[in-house]
Design a protein around this ligand. Structure first.
Ligand SMILES: Nc1ncnc2c1ncn2[C@@H]1O[C@H](COP(=O)(O)OP(=O)(O)OP(=O)(O)O)[C@@H](O)[C@H]1O
Ligand SMILES: [Mg+2]
Length: 263
């Protein structure tokens, strides 16, 4: 076991969790990457440089949202051709990115040993007081679950679309079966107001309570905001702007609450 992996074990022998927030959701296109990137920028704006990890290992795109163009990625680190600090890219927004590759198939089929190695390398980047932020791929593949079981907090992004709710529930159910007791929290995205966001959250919370006997706290909700879609096209995070529109303000509030927890 590496030193960093060893650091991840608690005194009682169970696995300690990586000081990180994973952003997931089950379904594709629900806003996971937008949230991960803007949350990292919002955390950095609160005063501490933040590391964002692109955990969408085969279809990375967090780099684009930060206006960065990586030459080397996590794929090179796992192949042993460079160190993790050599792939770390610094953005002008106080966020450093661990980029992943796009179109590299092996990265979507990591062995459990490589997954453990990746998590221990990430543990080496964590700084006291600020969590890492990890974007994940859609779905409930082994790589996604491997990240979720390792982190301290998981944000499950859900939209009012019924297929998003079904996919989010599927993800929560699989996590509860395979790695019970994880800190999973809902973020409702693309909501047309607080009423709709709370309705979506209540529906999922009721199903989880009835069938999985677990609570799903609502971490926050993000309104539909054309400025967020526009920021993707401009490749500049919304949260970096001086004035905050509705989505950026919601993400900032979420960052403030998360930053207030002991990391
Ligand atoms: N709150 C929002 N308001 C308006 N548009 C949004 C919002 N959230 C996300 N979007 C739009 O949805 C698109 C998809 O978002 P994003 O890439 O973050 O989804 P994803 O869940 O990471 O997708 P994938 O599963 O493919 O990785 C964005 O490019 C943006 O245009
Ligand atoms: Mg994404």
């Amino acid at each position: 076991m590496t030193d960093q992996a060893a650091k991840l074990r608690t005194a009682v022998g169970g696995p300690a969790r990586l000081s990180a927030i994973a952003v997931t959701g089950g379904k594709g296109g629900v806003g996971k990457t937008c949230l991960a990137v803007n949350l990292a920028v919002a955390l950095a704006k609160l005063g501490q440089p933040t590391v964002l990890v692109d955990g969408d290992l085969g279809m990375a795109n967090a780099d684009m949202l930060l206006g960065l163009a990586p030459e080397r990625t996590l794929a090179d680190v796992l192949a042993g051709t460079c160190s993790i600090s050599e792939v770390l890219l610094h953005s002008p927004f106080g966020v450093s990115l661990v980029p992943a590759a796009s179109g590299v198939d092996e990265l979507t089929r990591l062995s459990p040993e490589r997954m453990e190695r990746m998590i221990s390398l990430l543990a080496g980047l964590a700084r006291p007081g600020t969590p890492l932020v990890i974007d994940t791929a859609a779905g409930i593949g082994r790589e996604v679950l491997g990240i979720l079981k390792a982190v301290r907090v998981t944000l499950v992004v859900v939209t009012p679309d019924p297929t998003s709710m079904t996919d989010a529930y599927a993800l929560i159910k699989v996590m509860e079966q395979q790695h019970p007791g994880g800190d999973l929290r809902l973020v409702i995205n693309l909501a047309d107001g607080e009423h709709e966001a709370r309705q979506v959250a209540t529906r999922l919370q009721t199903v989880a309570r009835t069938h999985l006997k677990r609570e799903l706290p609502l971490a926050g909700w993000i309104p539909r905001d054309p400025a967020l879609a526009d920021s993707v096209r401009r490749r500049k995070p919304l949260a970096a702007g001086a004035t905050l529109g509705p989505a950026a303000a919601a993400i900032r509030n979420l960052a403030v609450r998360l930053r207030g927890e002991p990391w």
